[in-house]
Design a protein around this ligand. Structure first.
Ligand SMILES: *Cc1c(COP(=O)(O)O)cnc(C)c1O
Length: 310
C-alpha cells in the first residue's frame, strides 16, 4: 500500500501552443495531502512504523507537517506537529483537521524544531521535511509514473526548497538511465541552492525573504547539493511577483490553486523570456502543489508585490 496516489499527467494545450513546445504537467497538487510531499513522507512513515515506531513528530507548519499528519491518520499512528508562532492560522486548521496534536513553540522554525527534538524518545520518529534518503526514494516515484506513462520529456522543471523533491527526481531519472536535464527553480530570497552552486560550497543563506514559504530552507541538504553538482542541474531564480502571477494564471488555465512555491516552477512557462527553455521541446513540470496558501493570501501578496514595485 502506498499513501500517495498516482496523479494525472496532462499536456497543457494552451501553454504548448503559446510556447511552441509540448508542455507536460504532472499534477502532484492533487495528492491527498495537497502536495508531492506525501510521496516521500508516506514511505518514511510506513517504514518507521514497520520498525516499531509508535508516534511521529514533525516540526513543519507547512506541507511536510500536513503530509505527516495525513500519513499518521491513515496508519493509525499519533502525530505531534510543533509549529512556530508565525505559522498561518489556515495551516494550523488543516493540521488539526487531520487529527494531529499541534504544539506552538517559538518565534521561528529553528525553535520549533529544537522543541520537536526534545519530544523524541525511542518509540517516536522525527520526520524531516527534506533530508532523509527515504524521502528521496519516495519522491522518485513521480518519475516512475511519468516514464511508465510513456511521456517523452526532455527536461524536468522542479521547485527547490531543501532539495528533497529535486533529489527524488534525480534518483528516479538515474534509475531509468535518463540523462535528462533538471531545471531547479527557486525564488529570489529563498535561493540557497543557486547561491551554494555559485560559491561552489553549500554555505546557505542567512535570511529568507521570499513569500514562497515552502521554499524557505536556509540551506539545501548536502545530498541535494552533491547531486546538483554531479548531474545536469541548471539553477534558475525567479521573483516572488513572477511566482504569484503564475499561481493566478495556472488557476485560470488548470483550475487548480497552488502555492507560490509551485508558482515558481510554473513561472518558467509563463515568463516572457523563454531563454532557459529554448533548447527543449518537451518540458515536464512537477506541479508540486501546496495546501497552505488561500486564494485570498495570493491576492494579498500580489497587491503587496505590486505596491512595492510602484
Ligand atoms: C516542500 C515543498 C517544496 C520544496 O521541496 P523541497 O523538497 O524542500 O525542495 C516545493 N513546493 C511545495 C509546495 C512544497 O511543499
Amino acid at each position: 500500500m502506498t499513501l500517495h496516489v498516482e496523479t494525472p499527467l496532462v499536456q497543457s494545450l494552451g501553454l504548448s501552443r503559446a510556447l511552441g513546445k509540448h508542455v507536460w504537467l504532472k499534477l502532484d497538487a492533487l495528492q491527498p495531502s495537497g502536495s508531492f510531499k506525501i510521496r516521500g513522507i508516506g514511505l518514511a512513515c510506513e517504514t518507521y512504523r514497520q520498525q516499531g515506531k509508535k508516534k511521529f513528530i514533525a516540526s513543519s507548519g507547512g506541507n511536510a507537517g500536513l503530509a505527516v499528519a495525513y500519513a499518521g491518520r491513515k496508519l493509525g499512528v499519533p502525530v505531534t506537529v510543533v509549529i512556530p508562532r508565525s505559522t498561518p492560522a489556515h495551516a494550523r486548521t488543516l493540521l488539526e483537521l487531520e487529527g494531529a496534536t499541534v504544539v506552538v513553540h517559538g518565534a521561528a522554525w529553528s525553535e520549533a524544531h529544537s522543541h520537536a527534538l526534545c519530544l523524541l524518545d525511542d518509540e517516536s520518529a522525527l520526520i524531516h521535511p527534506f533530508d532523509d534518503p527515504l524521502l528521496w526514494e519516495g519522491h522518485s516515484s513521480v518519475i516512475d509514473e511519468v516514464i511508465a506513462a510513456g511521456c517523452n520529456f526532455d527536461c524536468v522543471i522542479v521547485a527547490v526548497g531543501g532539495g528533497g523533491l529535486m533529489s527524488g527526481v534525480i534518483e528516479g531519472l538515474n534509475r531509468h538511465r535518463r540523462r535528462t536535464p533538471v531545471i531547479a527553480v527557486e525564488t529570489d530570497g529563498a535561493d540557497c541552492l543557486s547561491n551554494a552552486l555559485a560559491r561552489g560550497e553549500n554555505v546557505g543563506i542567512p535570511r529568507i525573504s521570499s513569500i514562497a514559504r515552502s521554499l524557505g530552507a536556509n540551506r539545501v541538504a548536502q545530498h541535494a547539493f552533491d547531486l546538483a553538482r554531479t548531474n545536469d542541474v541548471r539553477s534558475v531564480v525567479v521573483t516572488d511577483a513572477e511566482a504569484l502571477q503564475s499561481c493566478s494564471r495556472f488557476l485560470d488555465d488548470q483550475r487548480i490553486l497552488v502555492e507560490p512555491a509551485c508558482g515558481a516552477a510554473l513561472a518558467l512557462l509563463y515568463r516572457e523570456d523563454q531563454e532557459t527553455l529554448a533548447s527543449f521541446d518537451s518540458p515536464l513540470v512537477i506541479v508540486c502543489g501546496g495546501a497552505t496558501a488561500t486564494y485570498d493570501d495570493i491576492l494579498k501578496w500580489q497587491a503587496a508585490a505590486e505596491s512595492s514595485r510602484a
